[in-house]
Design a protein around this ligand. Structure first.
Ligand code: BJW
Ligand code: ZN
Length: 253
């Protein structure tokens, strides 16, 4: 409880806040996280089989089908109290930015205008040959069951296979997104990390970057993911409970 009071004091004193979010913020919307042992996506699927460029080359129909299924899951999900708390804070006058590792669009649907997507988006696609962005027609987004094989559409220019517009392991993050994130983090007063295990780099370096720039860091997570710096505050609990509680204590309606 002292931690939450400390967090409220910090929030009341700052202006520029960066929310750095991961899969845990969408968990209460029904979208599974990656690494939680019981419910995580990878508890059932081997990421090497589905979420790498090699996997796509070897079995494009399986990987494309998997992302169609996840896209559908994300489209059916609704933003939760944590997503809405972030937009309420922005409307209440704080200078709020969101840098997310998530490929869903729940921040946008909760009313945040400019979201930096470090790992791409389920709503985008590109050609795996010439890398041109591909606009998908609705009939190319047919309903897919988990595990269903669906042939990806071919590029109009080079006949390459269309791939999801997401960042797989060993791929570089979109340069513009990474630069925006670094700029925001280096100039913020406070970074609030919500629902990320902080193991995937380079995104995982952002909280430390904030500390080095003299910002405070608050973590909201089911478990302790802090690094032990004195500028960090760890709030253990679910994002859908902790963030609204912070707003209530701050007097933000
Ligand atoms: C709650 C909650 C609730 C639950 N409330 N909290 C060795 C070999 C090869 C590469 C590397 C290597 N060592 C390091 C690397 C680099 C690699 C990396 O970091 N690997 C580590 C795993 C070791 N990184 C990369 O490859 C990146 N690119 C790169 O570095 O390029 C340079 C390079 C070039 C050539 C060679 C090597 C490097 C790219 C990373 C791309 C990550 N992509 C994914 C998939 C995206 C598409 C998709 O979704 O399918 O991004 S992986 C996956 O992890 C996804 C996520 O965005 C990302 C982060 O996960 P996140 O969000 O933290 O989720 P979880 O599940 O881990 O955590 C959830 C948390 O929420 C938990 O803490 C819960 O407690 C909490 N929680 N419910 C609050 N209700
Ligand atoms: Zn192409």
């Amino acid at each position: 409880m002292t931690q939450i009071r400390e967090a409220v004091d910090v929030l009341a004193a700052v202006r520029r806040i960066v929310f750095f979010t991961g899969a845990g913020i969408s968990a209460e919307s029904g979208i599974p996280t990656f690494r939680d042992k019981l419910s995580g996506l990878w508890a059932k699927h081997d990421p090497q089989r589905l979420e790498t460029a090699d996997a796509f080359r070897e079995n494009p129909a399986l990987v494309w089908g998997w992302y169609l299924w996840r896209r559908q899951q994300a489209m059916m999900a609704q933003p939760n109290a944590a997503h809405y708390s972030i937009s309420r804070l922005a409307k209440a006058g704080w200078d709020v930015s969101v840098v997310t590792q998530n490929i869903d669009d729940l921040h946008e649907r909760a009313g945040v205008d400019a979201v930096v997507h470090l790992h791409g988006s389920l709503l985008s696609a590109k050609c795996s040959g010439c890398h041109r962005p591909v606009a998908l027609q609705t009939d190319q987004l047919s309903i897919s069951k988990e595990g269903e094989l669906v042939e990806p559409p071919r590029c109009n220019y080079c006949n390459g296979r269309t791939r999801p517009g997401v960042v797989w392991f060993r791929e570089n993050l979109p340069g513009d997104a990474w630069l925006s994130a670094v700029r925001l983090v280096r100039t913020c007063d406070l970074l609030i990390s919500v629902g990320t295990s902080g193991v995937v780099r380079p995104a995982a370096d952002l909280p430390e970057m904030a500390i080095r720039a003299n910002a405070a860091v608050i973590y909201v997570n089911l478990e302790d993911v802090s690094m032990g710096d004195e500028r960090e505050i760890m709030l253990i609990g679910s994002a859908g409970q902790v963030l609204p509680e912070l707003l209530t204590r701050l007097g933000v309606s």
